[in-house]
Write a protein that binds this ligand. Structure first.
Ligand SMILES: Cc1cc2nc3c(=O)[nH]c(=O)nc-3n(C[C@H](O)[C@H](O)[C@H](O)COP(=O)(O)O)c2cc1C
Length: 192
Protein backbone atom coordinates (compact mmCIF):
# COMPACT_ATOMS: atom_id res chain seq x y z
CA UNK A 1 0.00 0.00 0.00
CA UNK A 2 1.48 3.35 -0.96
CA UNK A 3 1.49 6.39 1.31
CA UNK A 4 0.15 9.31 -0.76
CA UNK A 5 1.66 11.73 1.77
CA UNK A 6 5.06 10.88 0.22
CA UNK A 7 3.70 12.18 -3.09
CA UNK A 8 2.73 15.54 -1.59
CA UNK A 9 -0.98 14.65 -1.49
CA UNK A 10 -2.09 16.36 1.71
CA UNK A 11 -5.52 17.11 3.20
CA UNK A 12 -7.58 19.28 0.83
CA UNK A 13 -7.51 19.39 -2.95
CA UNK A 14 -4.37 18.83 -5.04
CA UNK A 15 -4.53 19.86 -8.69
CA UNK A 16 -3.21 16.98 -10.79
CA UNK A 17 -3.74 15.67 -14.32
CA UNK A 18 -5.85 12.53 -14.66
CA UNK A 19 -5.03 10.20 -17.53
CA UNK A 20 -7.60 7.65 -18.69
CA UNK A 21 -8.27 5.52 -21.73
CA UNK A 22 -11.44 5.18 -23.82
CA UNK A 23 -12.97 1.82 -24.81
CA UNK A 24 -11.54 2.45 -28.31
CA UNK A 25 -8.06 2.91 -26.79
CA UNK A 26 -7.88 6.70 -27.16
CA UNK A 27 -5.72 8.27 -24.40
CA UNK A 28 -7.09 11.29 -22.53
CA UNK A 29 -5.63 13.79 -20.08
CA UNK A 30 -7.45 16.46 -18.07
CA UNK A 31 -6.61 18.49 -14.95
CA UNK A 32 -8.73 17.44 -11.98
CA UNK A 33 -8.81 18.06 -8.25
CA UNK A 34 -7.62 15.11 -6.16
CA UNK A 35 -9.50 15.40 -2.85
CA UNK A 36 -8.11 14.04 0.40
CA UNK A 37 -10.24 13.94 3.56
CA UNK A 38 -8.38 12.00 6.24
CA UNK A 39 -7.61 8.67 4.60
CA UNK A 40 -10.30 9.05 1.92
CA UNK A 41 -9.22 9.95 -1.63
CA UNK A 42 -11.76 10.93 -4.26
CA UNK A 43 -12.57 13.21 -7.18
CA UNK A 44 -15.71 15.12 -8.07
CA UNK A 45 -16.09 14.93 -11.83
CA UNK A 46 -18.58 16.65 -14.15
CA UNK A 47 -19.68 14.98 -17.38
CA UNK A 48 -16.52 14.75 -19.48
CA UNK A 49 -14.39 12.34 -21.45
CA UNK A 50 -12.56 11.54 -18.20
CA UNK A 51 -15.81 10.47 -16.53
CA UNK A 52 -16.93 8.41 -19.56
CA UNK A 53 -13.57 6.65 -19.60
CA UNK A 54 -13.67 5.90 -15.87
CA UNK A 55 -17.20 4.52 -16.21
CA UNK A 56 -16.04 2.12 -18.91
CA UNK A 57 -12.69 1.25 -17.26
CA UNK A 58 -12.51 2.19 -13.55
CA UNK A 59 -8.83 3.06 -13.44
CA UNK A 60 -6.78 6.24 -13.77
CA UNK A 61 -3.40 7.78 -13.12
CA UNK A 62 -3.01 11.04 -11.20
CA UNK A 63 -0.02 12.74 -12.80
CA UNK A 64 1.79 15.29 -10.67
CA UNK A 65 2.98 18.03 -12.98
CA UNK A 66 4.51 21.50 -12.72
CA UNK A 67 4.37 22.66 -16.34
CA UNK A 68 1.79 25.43 -16.80
CA UNK A 69 1.59 24.78 -20.56
CA UNK A 70 0.73 21.12 -19.91
CA UNK A 71 -2.13 22.19 -17.61
CA UNK A 72 -3.57 24.50 -20.28
CA UNK A 73 -3.13 21.96 -23.10
CA UNK A 74 -4.76 19.12 -21.18
CA UNK A 75 -7.61 21.36 -19.96
CA UNK A 76 -8.52 22.82 -23.34
CA UNK A 77 -7.23 20.48 -26.04
CA UNK A 78 -6.25 16.88 -26.78
CA UNK A 79 -2.66 15.84 -26.08
CA UNK A 80 -0.82 13.94 -28.82
CA UNK A 81 -0.78 10.13 -28.21
CA UNK A 82 3.06 10.13 -28.06
CA UNK A 83 2.93 12.11 -24.81
CA UNK A 84 1.47 9.09 -23.01
CA UNK A 85 3.07 5.86 -21.86
CA UNK A 86 1.55 2.63 -20.53
CA UNK A 87 2.69 1.40 -17.10
CA UNK A 88 1.18 -1.83 -15.81
CA UNK A 89 -1.94 -1.36 -17.91
CA UNK A 90 -2.42 2.27 -16.77
CA UNK A 91 -1.81 5.31 -18.92
CA UNK A 92 0.60 7.96 -17.58
CA UNK A 93 2.11 11.19 -18.89
CA UNK A 94 5.77 11.07 -19.91
CA UNK A 95 6.26 14.64 -18.60
CA UNK A 96 4.93 13.95 -15.07
CA UNK A 97 7.14 14.58 -12.04
CA UNK A 98 5.51 11.53 -10.54
CA UNK A 99 2.28 9.56 -10.73
CA UNK A 100 -0.09 7.48 -8.66
CA UNK A 101 -2.19 4.72 -10.23
CA UNK A 102 -5.68 4.30 -8.82
CA UNK A 103 -8.51 1.83 -9.12
CA UNK A 104 -11.81 3.72 -9.04
CA UNK A 105 -15.29 3.21 -7.70
CA UNK A 106 -17.76 5.58 -9.29
CA UNK A 107 -20.90 6.88 -7.59
CA UNK A 108 -22.74 8.35 -10.54
CA UNK A 109 -24.65 11.57 -9.97
CA UNK A 110 -26.78 13.65 -12.33
CA UNK A 111 -24.48 16.60 -12.87
CA UNK A 112 -21.44 15.50 -10.93
CA UNK A 113 -20.12 12.07 -10.01
CA UNK A 114 -17.98 11.16 -7.03
CA UNK A 115 -15.13 8.85 -7.92
CA UNK A 116 -13.49 7.08 -4.98
CA UNK A 117 -9.81 6.44 -5.53
CA UNK A 118 -7.83 3.44 -4.28
CA UNK A 119 -4.06 3.69 -4.80
CA UNK A 120 -2.34 0.76 -6.47
CA UNK A 121 1.18 1.98 -7.13
CA UNK A 122 3.13 5.21 -7.43
CA UNK A 123 6.43 6.53 -8.71
CA UNK A 124 8.37 9.69 -7.97
CA UNK A 125 10.49 10.70 -10.96
CA UNK A 126 11.62 14.20 -10.02
CA UNK A 127 11.42 15.66 -6.51
CA UNK A 128 12.50 19.24 -7.12
CA UNK A 129 12.19 22.18 -4.76
CA UNK A 130 9.39 24.40 -5.95
CA UNK A 131 9.15 27.86 -4.36
CA UNK A 132 5.65 29.33 -4.75
CA UNK A 133 5.28 31.30 -7.96
CA UNK A 134 2.16 33.46 -8.18
CA UNK A 135 2.39 33.41 -11.98
CA UNK A 136 2.09 29.61 -12.02
CA UNK A 137 -0.80 29.68 -9.56
CA UNK A 138 -2.50 32.34 -11.68
CA UNK A 139 -2.26 30.10 -14.78
CA UNK A 140 -4.00 27.32 -12.83
CA UNK A 141 -6.78 29.71 -11.72
CA UNK A 142 -7.15 31.09 -15.24
CA UNK A 143 -7.34 27.53 -16.64
CA UNK A 144 -10.21 26.68 -14.30
CA UNK A 145 -12.12 29.78 -15.43
CA UNK A 146 -11.25 28.90 -19.04
CA UNK A 147 -12.83 25.42 -18.76
CA UNK A 148 -15.96 27.06 -17.31
CA UNK A 149 -15.95 29.69 -20.09
CA UNK A 150 -15.93 26.91 -22.71
CA UNK A 151 -19.27 25.69 -21.28
CA UNK A 152 -20.92 28.89 -20.02
CA UNK A 153 -19.44 31.65 -22.20
CA UNK A 154 -19.99 34.31 -19.49
CA UNK A 155 -18.31 37.71 -19.21
CA UNK A 156 -17.39 37.07 -15.55
CA UNK A 157 -15.07 34.20 -16.57
CA UNK A 158 -13.37 36.43 -19.14
CA UNK A 159 -12.86 39.10 -16.48
CA UNK A 160 -11.24 36.54 -14.16
CA UNK A 161 -8.96 35.22 -16.94
CA UNK A 162 -7.83 38.78 -17.76
CA UNK A 163 -7.22 39.55 -14.07
CA UNK A 164 -5.08 36.41 -13.64
CA UNK A 165 -3.21 37.35 -16.81
CA UNK A 166 -2.05 40.57 -15.13
CA UNK A 167 -0.51 38.45 -12.35
CA UNK A 168 1.14 36.12 -14.86
CA UNK A 169 2.66 39.14 -16.61
CA UNK A 170 4.01 40.48 -13.30
CA UNK A 171 5.13 37.26 -11.56
CA UNK A 172 5.37 34.51 -14.18
CA UNK A 173 8.29 33.29 -16.24
CA UNK A 174 8.36 32.60 -19.98
CA UNK A 175 6.59 29.22 -19.56
CA UNK A 176 3.68 30.80 -17.64
CA UNK A 177 3.38 33.56 -20.27
CA UNK A 178 3.39 30.95 -23.05
CA UNK A 179 0.66 29.03 -21.20
CA UNK A 180 -1.53 32.16 -21.03
CA UNK A 181 -0.95 32.94 -24.73
CA UNK A 182 -2.03 29.37 -25.56
CA UNK A 183 -5.08 29.65 -23.28
CA UNK A 184 -6.20 32.88 -25.01
CA UNK A 185 -5.56 31.38 -28.48
CA UNK A 186 -7.54 28.23 -27.70
CA UNK A 187 -10.45 30.29 -26.35
CA UNK A 188 -10.09 32.79 -29.22
CA UNK A 189 -10.03 35.75 -26.81
CA UNK A 190 -7.83 38.82 -26.55
CA UNK A 191 -5.80 39.77 -23.42
CA UNK A 192 -7.82 42.95 -22.74
C1 LIG B 1 -6.72 23.05 -12.38
C2 LIG B 1 -8.00 22.44 -12.88
C3 LIG B 1 -8.74 21.62 -12.05
C4 LIG B 1 -9.93 21.03 -12.48
N1 LIG B 1 -10.63 20.22 -11.64
C5 LIG B 1 -11.75 19.61 -12.08
C6 LIG B 1 -12.46 18.71 -11.22
O1 LIG B 1 -12.08 18.47 -10.06
N2 LIG B 1 -13.59 18.14 -11.72
C7 LIG B 1 -14.04 18.36 -12.99
O2 LIG B 1 -15.06 17.77 -13.39
N3 LIG B 1 -13.37 19.22 -13.82
C8 LIG B 1 -12.24 19.83 -13.40
N4 LIG B 1 -11.56 20.68 -14.22
C9 LIG B 1 -12.08 20.91 -15.58
C10 LIG B 1 -11.66 19.82 -16.57
O3 LIG B 1 -10.25 19.67 -16.60
C11 LIG B 1 -12.14 20.20 -17.98
O4 LIG B 1 -13.54 20.22 -17.99
C12 LIG B 1 -11.61 19.30 -19.08
O5 LIG B 1 -11.86 19.91 -20.32
C13 LIG B 1 -12.23 17.92 -19.08
O6 LIG B 1 -11.61 17.22 -20.13
P1 LIG B 1 -12.09 15.82 -20.68
O7 LIG B 1 -13.45 16.02 -21.34
O8 LIG B 1 -11.01 15.47 -21.68
O9 LIG B 1 -12.16 14.88 -19.53
C14 LIG B 1 -10.39 21.29 -13.80
C15 LIG B 1 -9.66 22.14 -14.64
C16 LIG B 1 -8.48 22.72 -14.18
C17 LIG B 1 -7.70 23.62 -15.10
Amino acid sequence: MINVENFGIHEGISEVIFTTISPEGVPNAAPMGLHRKGKKLFARIYNSKTLDNILSKPALAANIADDPVLFVQSALSDLEPERFEIVEGFLILKDALGWILFNCRCKEGGKISVVELYPVKGKIINKKLQPINRGFNAVIEASIHATRYVVMKEQKQLNCIRYYNTIVKKCGGEREKEAMRLLMDLLKIKPA
